[in-house]
Design a protein around this ligand. Structure first.
Ligand code: NAD
Ligand code: UGA
Length: 463
C-alpha cells in the first residue's frame, strides 16, 4: 500500500520531532500530529519558530520547512485518525502512581484511550504503530481492544520503538543507528511492516532497518534503556571507589573504554542520570520480571536505580559535609536544572532531588539554566510534595544572569553540562563569592586545575 497519510497521537518530545523529520523526508506524505493539549498544539503552530514547545537543536528549521506543507499540528484527533493509513501512538507511558504496580508498572491508561478512540473512529483498515515505550506484550492488549470495540475493519499492530536521545533528537532521527520494526509473521503483518519500512527508507538505508517479531521489538526498547542506564550506574559506582582510593574516574573510564568490547560511550560519571525514561523503563522491566516470578532478574536491574538514587544523595551529602556540616541559610547556586544539556526537559533531573535534599537542610538555592523557566523549576519541586509550594518558593530563586546567580554564593553546584558554563569569567565569579568559594562539579565539566589556581575549592565526581 502506498502511504499518503500518517497521523501521530501525542505531540510530545517523541511525536513532535519524529513526525517533523518524517514530514521533511517524505514530502509526498501528509503527516498530522494531534494532541489533547491545546496549548501544546498552539505552541507547535506558533508563527515564531522559537516558541515551538520543545527545544532541540535544528528542530525549528525542520518544522519551518515542513509545517503547512505536509506537516500539520491539530487537536482534531478523530479527523486525523479517520484520514490516516498509519497511526502512530506516541503518548506518555509514565510510572503508575496508584493501585497495583504503583511506583513501578507503566501506566497504560493513555494507550488504552488511544486504542479505544482509534477503534471507534476507524472506518477502513489501519496500521497502528506503537511508538511509545511499552511493556512487552502490550500489542496483544491493543489488538484485543481494537478487534473487540472496532467497526469490523482490520488492524495491524506494529512495534516501532524510538531510540532518540533528547538534545540530539534531530541528529538521531536523521541518522539513526537502526530503525526497529516488529510485526506479525502473517501475510498481512508482513505487508504492514513493509509499508512502514517504505516510509523510513526515504532516508534510512536498508541495512539499518531491522524487522523482528512484535515481542522482540517491544522488549528490545526496554533492554536498550536498561543497558544504557546500567553503564552509567556502573561508572558511578566506580566513581565512589575512586574518591576513596586516589584513582580518577575519568582516567578509569578512558582506560576501559579503549577496550573495543566495552566501548567509550556512555561512561561519564555524573551526579546521576535523569530524564523521563531510564528510571521509568527499568522500574517497568523490574515489574514485568517480578510478574513472571523472575525475582533474581528483577533484583539485578533494580540495583541500577538503587545506585542512581545513591549517587544523587551522595552529591547533596557531600555539599553539606564540605560546607562544615551546615548549609542552613547559605546560598548554593545551581548551574543547570535540565536533566542534560541542549534540552529544556527537566523530568527526573538530578537537580530536583539535590535541591530537595539541600532545602531540607534549609539552604537557599539560586538557579541559572539557559533554557528552563522559573515556573518549571518551582513545579518540579512542588511535584515531590516534600513541603508546601510557599516554602519551596521561599527557598528557590531563579536568575537569567549567571553572574547574579553566583553573586555572594557559598558554593556552586554544576548539575547540567551546558557548554556555556565553560566560557564563564570564573575569576569574576570567584571575586563575588563567599570564601572559601566551593565548586561541586556534578558533571566533571569544568577545568578543575584552572579553578583551583583562581582559588576555588573544587570537587568533581570520582576524583
Ligand atoms: P510527552 O509527555 O512529551 O508527550 C506525550 C503527549 O501525548 C502529551 O502532549 C499528551 O498530551 C499526549 N496525549 C496523552 N494522551 C493522549 C490522548 N489520548 N490523545 C491525544 N494526545 C494524548 O511524552 P514523550 O517524552 O514524547 O514520550 C512519549 C513516549 O515515548 C513514552 O512512552 C516514552 O517512554 C517514549 N520515549 C520517549 C523518549 C524521550 O526522549 N522523551 C525517547 C524514546 C521513547
Ligand atoms: C535515553 C536514551 O539514550 C535514548 O536512546 C532513548 O530513546 C531515551 O532515553 C528514551 O527512551 O527516552 P535521554 O534520556 O534523552 O535518552 O538522554 P541520554 O543521553 O541517554 O541521557 C540520560 C541521562 O543520563 C542524562 O541525565 C545524562 O546526563 C546522563 N548520562 C548520560 C550520564 O550521566 N553519563 C553518561 O555517560 C551518559
Amino acid at each position: 500500500m502506498g502511504i499518503t497519510k500518517i497521523c501521530c497521537i501525542g505531540a510530545g518530545y517523541v511525536g513532535g520531532p519524529t513526525m517533523a523529520v518524517i514530514a521533511q523526508k517524505c514530502p509526498h506524505i501528509q503527516v498530522t500530529v494531534v494532541d489533547l493539549n491545546e496549548a501544546r498544539i498552539a505552541a507547535w503552530n506558533d508563527k515564531d519558530l522559537s516558541q515551538i514547545p520543545i527545544y532541540e537543536p535544528g528542530l525549528d528549521v525542520i518544522v519551518g520547512e515542513a509545517r503547512g506543507r505536509n506537516l500539520f499540528f491539530s487537536t482534531d484527533v478523530d479527523k486525523a485518525i479517520d484520514e490516516a493509513q498509519i497511526i502512530f501512538i506516541s503518548v506518555n507511558t509514565p510510572t503508575k502512581t496508584y493501585g497495583k504496580g504503583k511506583g513501578m508498572a507503566a501506566d497504560l491508561k493513555y494507550i488504552e484511550l488511544c486504542a479505544r478512540q482509534i477503534a471507534r473512529v476507524a472506518k477502513d483498515n489501519k496500521i497502528v504503530v506503537e511508538k511509545s515505550t511499552l511493556p512487552v506484550r502490550t500489542a496483544e492488549a491493543i489488538k484485543s481492544i481494537l478487534d473487540n470495540t472496532g467497526n469490523g475493519v482490520q488492524f495491524q499492530i506494529l512495534s516501532n520503538p524510538e531510540f532518540l536521545a533528547e538534545g540530539t533528537a534531530v541528529e538521531d532521527l536523521l541518522n539513526p543507528d537502526r530503525i526497529l520494526i516488529g510485526g506479525d509473521s502473517t501475510v498481512e503483518g508482513q505487508k504492514a511492516i513493509q509499508s512502514l519500512v517504505n516510509v523510513y527508507s526515504n532516508w534510512v538505508s536498508d541495512e539499518k532497518i531491522l524487522t523482528t517479531n512484535v515481542w522482540s521489538s517491544e522488549l528490545s526498547k526496554l533492554t536498550a534503556n536498561a543497558f544504557l542506564a546500567q553503564r552509567i550506574s556502573s561508572i558511578n559506582a566506580m566513581s565512589e571507589l575512586c574518591e576513596k582510593t586516589g584513582a580518577d574516574v575519568s582516567e578509569v573510564a578512558k582506560a576501559i573504554g579503549m577496550d573495543s568490547r566495552i566501548g567509550s560511550k556512555f561512561l561519564k560519571a555524573s551526579v546521576g542520570f535523569g530524564g523521563s525514561c531510564f528510571q521509568k523503563d527499568i522500574l517497568n522491566l523490574v515489574y514485568i520480571a517480578k510478574s513472571y516470578g523472575l525475582n533474581e532478574v528483577a533484583d539485578y536491574w533494580e540495583q541500577v536505580i538503587i545506585m542512581n538514587d545513591h549517587q544523587k544523595r551522595r552529591f547533596s551529602d557531600k555539599i553539606v559535609q564540605t560546607l562544615y556540616n551546615t548549609v542552613s541559610g547559605k546560598k548554593i547556586t545551581f548551574l543547570g536544572w535540565a536533566f542534560k544539556k541542549d534540552t529544556n526537559d527537566t523530568r527526573e533531573s538530578a537537580a530536583i532531588y539535590v535541591a530537595d535534599d539541600l532545602i531540607n537542610e534549609h539552604a537557599n538555592i539560586a538557579v541559572y539554566d539557559p533554557k528552563v523557566s522559573t515556573n518549571k523549576i518551582i513545579d518540579d519541586l512542588n511535584y515531590l510534595e516534600t513541603r508546601t509550594a510557599e516554602k519551596n518558593e521561599n527557598r528557590i530563586s531563579c536568575f537569567t544572569d549567571p553572574y547574579q546567580a553566583c553573586h555572594n554564593a557559598h558554593a556552586i553546584a554544576v548539575l547540567t553540562e551546558w557548554d556555556e558554563f565553560k566560557t564563564f569569567d570564573w575569576q569574576k565569579i570567584y571575586d563575588a563569592m563567599q570564601k572559601p568559594a566551593f565548586i561541586f562539579d556534578g558533571r566533571n565539566l569544568l577545568n578543575g586545575a584552572e579553578l583551583k589556581a583562581i582559588g576555588f575549592v573544587y570537587h568533581g565526581v570520582g576524583a
